[in-house]
Design a protein around this ligand. Sequence first.
Ligand code: SF4
Ligand code: SF4
Length: 346
Amino acid sequence: MLFKVFPEAELTRLFELLAKDRIVGPVKKGEDQQGRPLYDFDVVHDLADLHLDYTQTIHSAKNYFLPYREDLCTFTFQNDDWQKEVDYGVYAPLVLLGLHPCDINALNKLDKVLLGGRYPNPFYGEKRGNMFIVGHSCTPQPFCFCQSMGTDSAIRGFDLFLTRMGDLYFAEILSPRALHLLEQIDCCDPDSSEHRRYLDLMEERESLFVAHVDTSDLTKILDLEFQSPVWQEWGQKCLSCGTCAQVCPTCYCYGVTEQVDMDFSRAWKEKQLYSCNLLDFASVAGSHNFRPESHTRIKYRYYHKHRGFVEAFEESLCVGCGRCGQACLARITVPEVIASVRAGKE
Ligand code: SF4
Ligand code: SF4
């Protein structure tokens, strides 16, 4: 990894260079009831609209590489036959600007499943290959527990990572393209005092985390507590709305439907992200639903993230961003659920 520092004022030039491609970054979308700003990822045309000092976005950036809805293929009836067309939906290079470490680590996890498995997903792969990722440091929020999940810093999965140090940016460089980009702005190698300043800043940040999850022996505890009444209690609270999966940067479950136009001239196969908490998630042919109760669905969401994925990839599928707890109308949070399973009571 290479390091550079550049003055804050050079961010304008960096943005201009990146703006040759489509930029998606954190923008302000309004305020909550307490007057605190709400942020989300969106296309950014003007540096003034970019809020690199954002707290947390409501949704992750996954819609840009794992859309909520996409056509897998379309068929048109021409010349007495069906013509199939596949469009990966990649039209222009994309810059994801300002991803926090948790969201970069979420991408790394998705890569393992969607690119590294036996059946790589070409739709995802094409979009990932078309992305330039610029990370940005963050200030831990009261609901962030990424430190517990080991995802509070990123060492791969980005091209460039920026940390604000007063009137300077400390840049971590992982790709030749990122180095080439920085060579076009006024930057230099950091000296030893800047190394120290950066390390002190990292140390201070580590002390700011307040939310924690005890993950020690968690897979074993989940196995032991599979029949725990705690799951019934969380199931009674859960509204089965699926919001948690929509905002989650690592949820990738989906459903596929096939549809035909009324005049049989066109048909298409549509993929839609889904949530394992939705009532019909486990509905199969013959109207059988093998997870009709909400407590079984919420339980399996946790077992996928913290049990099955660990067994398959030796890491959890949760990055501790806290978005699901923030978005949940029933106020169900990962730290509380895990703590209750460990304690055997809510
Ligand atoms: S957001 Fe909350 S209420 Fe809705 S499905 Fe998820 S856990 Fe249940
Ligand atoms: S489960 Fe919740 S805390 Fe974990 S990655 Fe998903 S949204 Fe973030």
